[in-house]
Design a protein around this ligand. Structure first.
Ligand code: PLP
Length: 446
């Protein structure tokens, strides 16, 4: 049992100076209860909190740390870059190299670098609207694209975790142009295009949904959901935007595109490509991207965009992320999926494990549910069971995402020692989950 006395104290202090004590809501442990651990340091697959506890990290900063924490080569490159100055507000060669590294791995021809995934999706929507001269966008319930006004409707993990019904502060005019449909629901997409076709600028989708638990694009009639979206969007003169902020450079060298090969019109990237620093990007064919200023009329800018330190961290991370890295993460992901499922089954805890490549999550859904195709199904999870599971893992030194609606993230630094610690913690956590009574009616026996 780890002690959290210093974290409890720090959290009380934090709550006085920051709303809820955190700078991003899911960090507050609201969905699982208890006190968030204040982190002092991280190395490889481990987090160290200010009480001196060591945890095997299954969050990896919610995705970015594909190589594990404080990778020596990334640190060395960052230190060298920082010594040469940290921001110039002028172009650098590192930006050209990072753009080229992204272009080399994806179908985009040009990218614009920004500072966060939110900025990338916000900017790409403006671009799509600017190109098409249309206002409406389609998004899917449970997909999260950052806290962009127009995209906050039914926005997955953070919003789902906190059960925030709407989003105060977003104007009616903004949400009027957002059409929210069920993920993997082709009939709903057909109807929306039939009704609003000429007004729809773009469909934005997570390349594989990762913010309501992991839900890969479904296949029907031999056609992947992403391919279906590309076809129907193009039929109606709209663009397909694939948000690969989470999946990009993580689920494969080329992200979800590397797995399903569906070519969108525009793409967004973040997380891994920043190597633990604030860097993100959006991209597409030159013909579309050159609608951006200074070539075209769609304005987009940023004081710190292409920041040399962040760019160096991202570039070094992408260079180090070779086939061996992905093979390793794939392998430990398979190992953990199998072990988690076996531990839960042994205790009779109903669950579904879903993945896209190495990114996976465990849904604590009612008995009889065998697949989670959309947010409505994901929402049938027992968050109480997940909370018990989460705390039992935390007590044994394993740091899981503090929400049942998140993926579990691994890295190339998760070695046998770290994996053994996780696997050995699973049986007790499964017992804790099994001990939680699920209210009658929530568990429908098949
Ligand atoms: C994390 C995430 C974002 C937002 O990125 P931030 O850097 O947190 O603003 C956007 N889209 C997806 C799919 C994400 O997972």
């Amino acid at each position: 049992m780890s002690t959290d006395a210093r974290s409890v104290q720090a959290f009380a202090r934090a709550k006085r100076v920051t709303p809820g004590g955190v700078n991003s809501p899911v960090r507050a442990f609201a969905a699982v209860g208890g006190t968030p651990r204040f982190i002092a340091a991280a190395k490889g697959p481990y987090l160290y909190d200010i009480d001196g506890n060591e945890f095997v990290d299954l969050v990896c900063s919610w995705g970015p740390m594909l190589l594990g924490h404080a990778h020596p080569e990334v640190l060395a490159a960052v230190a060298t870059a920082a010594e040469q100055g940290t921001s110039f507000g002028a172009p650098t060669l590192a930006e050209v190299e990072l753009a080229s590294a992204i272009i080399d791995r994806t179908p985009v021809e040009q990218v614009r670098l920004v500072n966060s995934g939110t900025e990338a999706t916000m900017s790409v929507l403006r671009l799509a609207r600017g190109i098409t001269g249309r206002d409406k966008i389609i998004k899917f319930a449970g997909c999260y694209h950052g806290h962009v006004d127009a995209l906050l409707a039914s926005a997955g993990s953070g919003v789902a975790t906190l059960a925030i019904p709407g989003t105060p502060g977003v104007t009616r005019a903004t949400t009027e142009d957002t059409i929210v449909l069920g993920y993997n629901d082709r009939e709903a997409v057909r109807k929306a295009f039939a009704t609003f076709g000429p007004q729809i600028a773009a469909v934005i989708t997570e390349a594989a949904a990762g913010n309501m638990g992991v839900i890969p694009p479904g296949v029907a009639d031999g056609l992947n959901f992403n391919a279906f979206l590309a076809a129907i969007a193009h039929e109606h003169g709209a663009l397909l935007i694939s948000d690969e902020v989470m999946t990009g450079f993580r689920v494969s060298r080329s992200g979800q595109y590397g797995l399903d090969g569906v070519q969108p019109d525009l793409m967004t990237f973040g997380k891994v490509m920043g190597g633990g620093f604030p860097a993100a990007a959006f991209g597409g064919p030159a013909e579309l991207m050159e609608h951006l200023a200074p070539v075209g009329g769609v304005y987009q800018a940023g004081t710190l965009s292409g920041n040399p330190v962040a760019t160096t961290a991202g570039l070094t991370t992408l260079r180090l992320a070779d086939d061996e890295v992905y093979a390793h993460v794939d392998r430990v992901s398979a190992q953990l999926r199998t072990a988690a499922s076996a531990a839960l089954s042994a205790e009779g805890v109903p669950h579904v494990v879903q993945r896209s490549g190495n990114l996976f999550s465990v849904f604590f859904v009612p008995d009889g549910v065998t697949a989670v195709p959309d947010y409505a199904t994901a929402a049938t999870q027992s968050t109480a069971r997940y909370a018990a599971f989460f705390h039992a893992m935390l007590d044994q030194g394993v740091y899981l995402p503090s929400s049942a609606f998140e993926g579990w993230f691994l890295s190339s630094a998760h070695d046998d020692t770290a994996m053994t610690r996780i696997v050995e913690a699973l049986p007790l956590a499964a017992q804790a989950a099994a001990a939680v009574e699920v209210p009658a009616g929530q568990e429908t026996r098949s």
